[in-house]
Design a protein around this ligand. Structure first.
Ligand SMILES: [Zn+2]
Length: 441
């Protein structure tokens, strides 16, 4: 897990009260502020410097990749934009080395509009189920659900690490994996220790606490890096305390229910937490989607809710061909399952994020979160790392029933619904998601 001291530094003490969570608004226009502060429509630069990305959104937008309108041509990050981006980078005081690196990465990774359009056509053939979790809501007071998910999402990453056993266990007689196990165990823990839901307790959480909390009697200690996860929870408590906040709902009310518009939007406010300062905003969008899908929060600007891209989605898009790794050395790293750099990680995930935003429009769905849930479920269940269900789903296929009902006819044997347009189906060599040690996803 990477450690970055900047997260602590930014979370310095401030006077008090929710309004101090946000940067001063520079415009009265919701539209302009949405762009300035960063919602789903704000493209993310493939830069390594997370702090720099957030502090210079214009630079981020100017060098961000674009998808061509042409159905016959795959275009990513036109050179004109890159030149402009380089100028902006220099104006912002960044090194020319970094600008050069950025341009090199832009050439290395391509979003194929032709492949996106083929996938959009496939998606349009079926109804897309609403976006929600398959697991039930935690049995908690409605006022506590925000803090429950804030802490849980903060530590939910790398639950299925490559070359290591996945997180799993038995809770209440049910055999659960990954997020479902984390959620059920945390719910069980807060039922006996309700203070686990609040900032004062978070500040004292130790590595031992985290390891004990998620240790399973049958499968043992499967959750990796309990120390790093404890630090993320401690930081939640510290930042909440510094801002005089007891429940994250206070932030929601002060935002006027807005994600990336108005004077006190949620997305930039959440980035104050170390666990939520990912430039591609995986955990931020996941947490915000959970709060919406559990009907606890409702947003006045839902168009700013972007896709929480994780490794399942990266793997699926690399295989389908919507994202193409052009750079031979980067492609070799993926094939050999060697670790990529922080720049490359952000660049790859940003490209996938852009595919989702494009598909959201091209399919007419105009809901990146709902589209994410569709593709994430298919990739996670059917496009597995080692034995994908290209032409037949085994009886163990874990695709949730409501997606099976929407995508598959009872008269036809189940298989990956996108095999016909996938550049990897039937091939012996398939890319998997890139390897990168991170606590962002
Ligand atoms: Zn399957």
């Amino acid at each position: 897990m990477r450690r970055r001291p900047g997260g602590q530094r930014r979370a310095r003490a401030r006077p008090r009260a929710p309004p101090t969570w946000w940067p001063a608004a520079s415009s009265n226009s919701d539209h302009e502020q949405a762009g300035e502060l960063g919602g789903a429509g704000d493209l993310v630069t493939p830069s390594t410097s997370r702090a720099a990305t957030r502090s210079t959104p214009r630079v981020a937008r100017s060098v961000a990749s674009k998808i061509s309108d042409s159905p016959s041509k795959s275009v990513q990050r036109p050179s004109g934009l890159l030149s402009s981006g380089e100028r902006d980078l220099r104006a912002a005081g960044w090194s020319e080395v970094r600008a050069s690196l950025l341009a090199m990465l832009a050439e290395a990774i391509e979003v194929s509009s032709a492949a996106c359009d083929r996938l959009a056509t496939q998606i349009r053939e079926h109804a897309v189920p609403i976006d929600r979790e398959e697991s039930r809501l935690p049995d908690l007071d409605r006022n506590d659900i925000g803090n429950f998910y804030l802490a849980l999402v903060a530590i939910c990453h790398q639950t299925s690490p490559q070359n290591r056993p996945a997180l799993e266990g038995v809770v209440g007689g049910r055999h659960l994996r990954g997020w479902d196990y984390l959620s059920a165990r945390f719910e069980q823990a807060v039922s006996s220790d309700p203070q686990l839901l609040f900032p004062e307790r978070w500040r004292t959480v130790s590595a031992y606490d985290v390891a004990e909390l998620f240790r399973d009697t049958q499968f043992g200690e499967r959750l990796t890096d309990p120390g790093g996860r404890a630090k993320l929870i401690q930081n939640l408590g510290d930042v909440m305390k510094q801002h005089g906040c007891h429940r994250i709902d206070e932030l929601y009310r002060a935002s006027d229910c807005r994600l990336a518009s108005g004077h006190s939007p949620l997305i930039p406010a959440l980035s104050k937490f170390r666990a939520y300062d990912d430039p591609v905003r995986k955990k931020t969008y996941f947490f915000l989607a959970l709060m919406q899908n559990s009907s606890v929060w409702e947003y006045a600007d839902p168009q700013n809710l972007g896709p929480p891209v994780d490794y399942h989605e990266v793997r699926g898009h690399l295989r389908i061909g919507t994202v193409i790794i052009r750079d031979p050395s980067l492609r070799s790293k993926l094939l050999a399952r060697e670790s990529v750099s922080a720049d490359e990680d952000v660049a790859i995930r940003s490209a996938v994020s852009q595919v989702l935003l494009y598909l959201s429009q091209a399919t007419g769905l105009k809901n990146a979160s709902r589209l994410h849930y569709l593709l994430w479920n298919i990739f996670r269940s059917c496009c597995t790392r080692d034995e994908p269900h290209c032409f037949a789903c085994p009886s163990t296929c874990s695709l949730p029933p409501r997606y099976v009902a929407a995508l598959h006819s009872k008269s036809v044997a189940r298989a990956c619904p996108y095999a016909a347009i996938c550049t990897s189906s039937g091939r012996s060599t398939k890319l998997t998601e890139h390897v990168f040690e991170t606590d962002y996803y």
